[in-house]
Write a protein that binds this ligand. Structure first.
Ligand SMILES: C[S@@+](CC[C@H](N)C(=O)[O-])C[C@H]1O[C@@H](n2cnc3c(N)ncnc32)[C@H](O)[C@@H]1O
Length: 249
């Protein structure tokens, strides 16, 4: 099962921005919505708050236990909801058609993104949309930090063998250059917090540092531990950039 506490902590740290994003993507009242890699249904829950009684929400994930938890959360939603246990890369033909399909930080799990995206575009109903939101490991910054220390950490993280792709923006961009679908929104969005970090954000930030420590060299681990000890919360900054795409095939 995906790590429930980690995903909830991440969600709560960014809740203000996520609520706004959910509101925006529901502006043209899509009636059938699929969230690919829905996890515990956290995004679907935000969409439900902006939906009407005729909205149909479908969550897809390849983890049964995660979907059980999502099904439980969905009992409180006003929209109709259902969950499909599908491995999106091997069973893409089983993904239904919809007015709105979401790919929220999911490209890291897809190996052949060109054929996957081409097939996904066929799942969009007339006038429907595919919304992609994707982070990238290269644009995840916190500081202030000595430039050489930062570079050491980034290099160390880059050579770690992740079990998914941590660097996705360029591969998505290249895929879109090749497929050339009709894009109605293509931009980078910055998520930012200045110190002092509030408690929900601090919890997420600590998780990220611990995650990083597990993936970098001993020297970098020490740099991170020293940084946490010496840079006070009130003096810190954090920002990351996500690629946001809205496609109307
Ligand atoms: C990072 S988590 C949640 C991402 C979620 N969309 C969000 O933005 O909060 C990724 C989710 O994708 C699911 N997943 C990973 N690979 C998958 C695959 N091949 N098919 C379906 N679901 C997959 C995992 O089980 C997990 O719940």
């Amino acid at each position: 099962m995906s790590n429930y506490n980690w995903l909830i902590t991440h969600h709560n740290a960014k809740i203000k921005e996520r609520r706004l994003f959910a509101k925006k993507i529901m502006e043209n009242n899509p009636s059938k919505i699929i969230d690919i890699g829905c996890g515990f249904g956290l995004w679907l829950e935000l969409l439900d708050k902006n939906s009407n009684n005729n909205t149909q929400l479908i969550g897809i994930d390849n983890d049964k236990k995660t979907l059980e938890k999502a099904t439980d959360r969905a009992k409180k939603w006003k929209s109709q909801s259902s969950f499909l246990h599908i491995n999106i890369e091997n069973q893409i033909d089983e993904i239904p058609k919809a007015d709105l399909i979401l790919m929220m930080n999911m490209y890291g799990y897809i190996k052949n993104i060109k054929s996957f995206t081409a097939k996904l575009l066929e799942k969009i109903l007339p006038n429907g949309r595919l919304v992609i939101k994707q982070y990238d490991g290269t644009v995840f910054k916190f500081g202030p930090m000595n430039y050489y220390d930062r570079q050491k950490i980034e290099n160390s993280l880059m050579i770690y063998k992740h079990d998914y792709t941590h660097y996705n923006i360029d591969r998505i961009w290249e895929t879109l250059n090749e497929l050339n679908p009709k894009l109605i929104d293509k931009r980078f969005e910055i998520f930012q917090r200045n110190g002092p970090f509030n408690r929900p954000f601090q919890k997420y930030f600590n998780n990220e540092i611990e995650w990083m420590k597990g993936k970098v060299s001993t020297e970098c681990k020490e740099i991170l531990s020293e940084w946490i000890k010496t840079v006070p919360n009130s003096k810190r900054y954090f920002f990351e950039t996500e690629l946001i795409l809205t496609i109307q095939p």
